[in-house]
Design a protein around this ligand. Structure first.
Ligand code: DAH
Length: 367
């Protein structure tokens, strides 16, 4: 090529010029792509410095090594300068990212929303705690029951009013819903109307002495109002042992009332009737609102009924697999919903199932 230097001095000057120019452009290269383009233009196969080296052959043989060394020194220097520039550009990019993504670690944290138990469950736990202290263990049963367990084995005869279609939610016979008016399932599958069927299950499964507490959801075909729901919770208790008697039951329930409602709680037993206990009692506490004289909350009686109880009926003991001459037991059942209303002075049962946070958040303190 005609512009190839003809002398060593000219070649060295050309190498210097290329190097100075390249270094100046490098210093202002805005990003890694610009640096790569420069590398290509100067050091690449058809770059300026490479082209210059090709002209070395024109020099005299004794000049060639000096020229080659000069060109090579320039290449090495430029490669180092390119590496430096890339490093500088990289750390600048990093600085920019760090500035953009900056997090103020000293700022206050965002508070977590912490949930809490539903008031029904808080009261249920309280009951479990109290009865745990009396030696009871929790024993749960299914919410879908058989007519046999729910009624028959509990000494509730077929014509008993609680079996009435008005009370019991029957599971439909498969297929009957599609083909006309639904019929109750032929195998007597129902939604349990109380937790008492668990008595039979516990007696059949556990060995005496039995002391079980069954909390659970129950269902009845009810017109819903401030004190009735079609879905509600009960807590059932059962004790089976030798020489168990009514005095044990009374003492235990009085202790329970004091643990639940306070030391000064007054109590009374009244005769009651349940098909699965004999004798049966109703257990009342002194009205929590008026304390005795009578008010609308206690229907002006001064008393509030909190549970039903009694000695397990011999027929039920036998159905559970026990000889009533050898074993006796007592049982009790209470409505968790009602206890929760009493505990927190809630006026309407429907609030419990409303899923209304304005209501529920009042109980975040729990217990
Ligand atoms: N199962 C009864 C009901 O639903 C409550 C009950 C009463 C349970 C007396 C018992 C009991 O275990 O002894 O109304």
């Amino acid at each position: 090529m005609s512009d190839q230097p003809e002398s060593l001095a000219a070649l060295e000057a050309a190498v210097d010029a290329i190097r100075t120019d390249a270094e100046a452009r490098l210093a202002t290269a805005p990003d890694a792509a610009a640096v790569e383009a420069l590398r290509h233009a100067v050091l690449g196969r058809s770059g300026d410095l490479t082209a210059l080296l090709r002209g070395i052959g024109r020099l005299s043989p004794d000049e060639r090594p000096t020229a080659g060394a000069a060109a090579n020194a320039a290449r090495v220097a430029l490669e180092a300068a390119i590496a430096d520039r890339l490093t500088a550009l990289g750390s600048r990019e990093l600085d920019q990212r760090l500035a953009a993504e900056r997090v103020d670690m000293t700022g206050p944290g965002r508070p977590w929303r912490v949930g809490h138990l539903h008031p029904l469950m808080t009261v249920e736990r309280e009951l479990r705690e109290i009865f745990h202290g009396f030696g009871f263990e929790v024993y749960e049963g299914p919410e879908i029951e058989s007519d046999l367990m729910n009624f028959e084995l509990l000494n509730i005869p077929p014509d008993h009013p609680s079996r009435d279609l008005w009370d019991t939610l029957y599971v439909a016979e498969p297929g009957s819903v599609e083909s006309g008016p639904p019929r109750p399932a032929h195998d007597g599958t129902i939604l349990r109307t109380h937790t008492s069927p668990t008595q039979i299950r516990a007696m059949r499964e556990l060995a005496p002495p039995i002391r079980v507490l069954t909390p659970g959801r129950c269902f009845r075909y009810e017109a819903v109002d401030a004190s009735h729901g079609f879905e509600f919770f009960q807590i059932e208790g059962l004790v089976v042992d030798r020489e168990t008697n009514l005095a044990d039951l009374k003492g235990m329930l009085e202790e329970f009332a004091r643990a639940m409602f306070g030391e000064g709680t007054t109590t009374r037993f009244r005769p009651g009737y349940y098909p699965f206990t004999e004798p049966s009692v109703a257990f009342d506490i002194g009205c929590l609102v008026c304390g005795g004289p009578g008010c609308p909350a206690c229907s002006h009686t001064g008393w509030m009924t909190i549970l039903g109880a009694g000695m397990v009926h011999p027929v039920v003991l036998r159905n559970g697999g026990f000889d009533p001459d050898e074993y006796q037991g007592y049982a009790f059942g209470m409505g968790l919903d009602r206890l929760t209303l009493l505990r927190h002075a809630i006026p309407d049962l429907r609030l419990l199932m409303s899923a209304d946070l304005r209501f529920l958040e009042q109980f975040s303190g729990g217990r």
